[in-house]
Design a protein around this ligand. Structure first.
Ligand code: MG
Length: 160
């Protein structure tokens, strides 16, 4: 078994869609970034890469590379899945937390889970996503940005 942890932050700005866990969430602002800025998937990818000792997403998908501009983070997640599969590793379970003052995310979490389970070929009872506010404290509380944390457990697959 191998454990991995990931953390990411993106700034909120007007004029961009809010993409979280591959789902477009209706909101007055979106996350700023080179890709679709999906903070949840970025934290998750860093957790997966960390568990596999493959570094981080900045090293694998550099934001100086124009091919990643505006790219769907779910597409990047599928590439991370291939990388860990090549090492004979599978995801046992994952647990993620989105930190955001607004909007209310609970109605969108089942769709996020669905997208992640599909890309990582996982059963529903081993994927957990939750959301919290920071009680109006700090940059998330002020609505300046969102953060996400992720932990994953990988195991060596018997079928290679
Ligand atoms: Mg990021």
């Amino acid at each position: 078994m191998r454990i991995g942890y990931g953390y990411d932050v993106h700034r909120l700005c007007p004029g961009r869609p809010l993409i979280l866990g591959g789902v477009e969430v209706p909101f007055e602002k979106g996350l700023d970034g080179h890709s679709d800025a999906d903070v949840l998937i970025h934290a998750l990818m860093d957790a997966l890469l960390g568990a596999a000792a493959l570094g981080d997403i900045g090293g694998i998908f550099p934001d100086s590379d124009p091919q990643y501009k505006g790219i769907s983070s779910l597409e990047l997640l599928s590439r991370v899945y291939i990388r860990i599969s090549e090492l004979g590793l599978k995801v046992w379970n994952l647990d993620c937390t989105i930190v955001a003052q607004a909007p209310i995310l609970s109605p969108h979490i089942p769709d996020m889970k669905e997208k992640i389970m599909e890309v990582l070929h996982m059963p529903t009872d081993r994927v957990n996503i939750k959301a919290t506010t920071e009680e109006r404290l700090g940059f998330t509380g002020a609505g300046e940005g969102m953060a996400a944390h992720a932990v994953v457990l990988l195991h060596e697959s018997s079928d290679g």
